[in-house]
Design a protein around this ligand. Structure first.
Ligand code: SF4
Length: 428
């Protein structure tokens, strides 16, 4: 069976070996008070360990290798940062370790002390047959509390990574949360297909410019459709003609340059999701929701957050149109519940977290997590696979965490660094 160094790290870190009558390879008594803190940078594997060897209490670094000769192979002999290692922990002691300064480094050999069933479980977990994830045979047996604790941890890791992009944008916007929120919300209004042109549109048309026209819906619609490049042609309908006229005036006033109209995609979209309809909805939101981010921070009730989007009314023109000058059967153009929940998940929850993290206000982070607990889980292949393995998934909290788990742990077989993997290895 394979015995990777990673596994030996794990065994040392959690002291999962027989600890009766511990001795160094030269026969001195050894007592471990602390295995140390894992070091993810260069240098020895564990820092600040506390170990008694013979009558002397040592505090310092521990290095872990499969064979003691790995010290030489890994080039530590000539690296001064390894000179103060207090203990060399090895699976097999195949050569005594003497540093260039003549010091014998005490060595602990674990070969005969690691329980065979632990090694077998590790082997089955990481190297066994699998079709979806390494622990597919056992993940369904892991208790709910362990799953919940671990999923919370990976969900926070996911949100921390995503919030880094928010904080970058916030810096570019000189600390303006409203502007940053407006840009992200716009990008998410484009959903997957039109996220880029929506984002470009928002960046080309500052929210502050729109705010100057907050009492004039036609001007806001003109600014958004004009900057999106939809008002370049001639129109037979009155509504787009009026928008065009209004935009021409505002364009000169603010020296605006519209984005390229060809960026917008209509192909393979249901008419309800056409960018023209999404723009009309976005314009209605801007008209009806001044200082939207401040409102989001204030509203604690999930349904009230949903209402911010469900109650917006687009211009009457869109009741019989999906595109300018092309009449269609009448239909409501309100945002659907599923689309609203995607916006809540991708924008509002993320901003509550980012705002809370940036300002060290835990209650906003808690509100983000609560919001995710109230939103339904996404549906995709990864989530279906976990559900088929017996993992209970009901909310976006769980599905978001599982996406992170799959993409950043399971895919790289980081089972030794995973709360689920730890539980499976210790289950016995
Ligand atoms: S990383 Fe965790 S959840 Fe993923 S396969 Fe390994 S033990 Fe299972």
């Amino acid at each position: 069976m394979l015995f990777p160094e990673d596994f030996l790290h794990y065994v040392w870190k959690f002291r999962l070996f027989e600890r009766g009558d511990l001795r160094t390879t030269d026969g001195r008594e050894l007592e471990i008070f602390s295995a140390g803190t894992p070091n993810s940078d260069s240098g020895p594997d564990f820092h600040t360990a506390r170990i008694k060897i013979g009558d002397t209490m040592w505090a310092g670094n521990v290095e872990v290798h499969v064979s003691s000769s790995d010290w030489q192979r890994h080039g530590h002999t000539t690296d001064e940062s390894y000179n103060n290692v207090i203990l060399h922990v090895v699976y097999k002691d195949d050569t005594p370790l003497i540093l260039p300064n003549g010091r014998h480094v005490p060595t602990l050999e674990l070969q005969s002390r690691i329980p065979g069933d632990l090694h077998q479980r590790y082997h089955n977990l990481v190297f066994g047959n699998q079709s979806v994830i390494p622990c597919e045979a056992t993940i369904g047996e892991v208790d709910r509390l362990t799953m919940q604790n671990w999923l919370t941890r990976v969900l926070v890791e996911r949100l921390e990574k995503k919030s880094a992009t928010v904080i970058n944008a916030l810096d570019l916007n000189r600390g303006d949360w409203e502007e940053t929120f407006y840009q992200f919300l716009a990008a998410n209004f484009g959903f997957k297909t039109n996220a880029l042109p929506f984002e470009m549109l928002a960046k080309s048309l500052p929210q502050l410019t729109l705010a100057k026209h907050k009492n004039n819906a036609l001007q806001i619609e003109a600014l958004l459709f004009g900057q999106a490049g939809f008002l370049a042609g001639d129109f037979k309908d009155n509504y787009p003609s009026k928008l065009k006229k209004e935009y021409e005036f505002l364009r000169k006033k603010y020296q605006l340059t519209p984005i390229d109209n060809h960026l917008w995609k209509f192909m393979r979209l249901r008419p309800q999701n056409f960018p023209t309809i999404r723009l009309a909805q976005f314009a209605a939101l801007v008209v009806h929701s001044n200082h939207l981010f401040s409102k989001v921070l204030e509203i604690k009730d999930v349904q009230a957050l949903r209402n911010l989007f469900s109650e917006i009314q687009v211009n009457d023109y869109w009741e019989k149109h999906y595109r300018f000058d092309v009449e269609s059967a009448p239909s409501l153009k309100n945002m659907g519940a599923a689309s609203i929940d995607i916006l809540l998940l991708n924008t509002l929850a993320l901003f509550l977290f980012s705002y809370g993290r940036h300002n060290q206000l835990q209650h906003y982070i808690n509100r983000c997590l609560k919001l995710l607990e109230h939103l339904p889980n996404e549906k995709n292949n990864i989530i279906t696979d976990f559900a088929n393995l017996g993992v209970k998934i009901n909310t976006a909290f769980e599905s978001q965490a599982l996406l992170e788990l799959k993409n950043n742990y399971c895919n790289y077989k980081k089972c030794l660094h995973c709360g689920v993997g730890n539980k499976i290895l210790k289950l016995g």
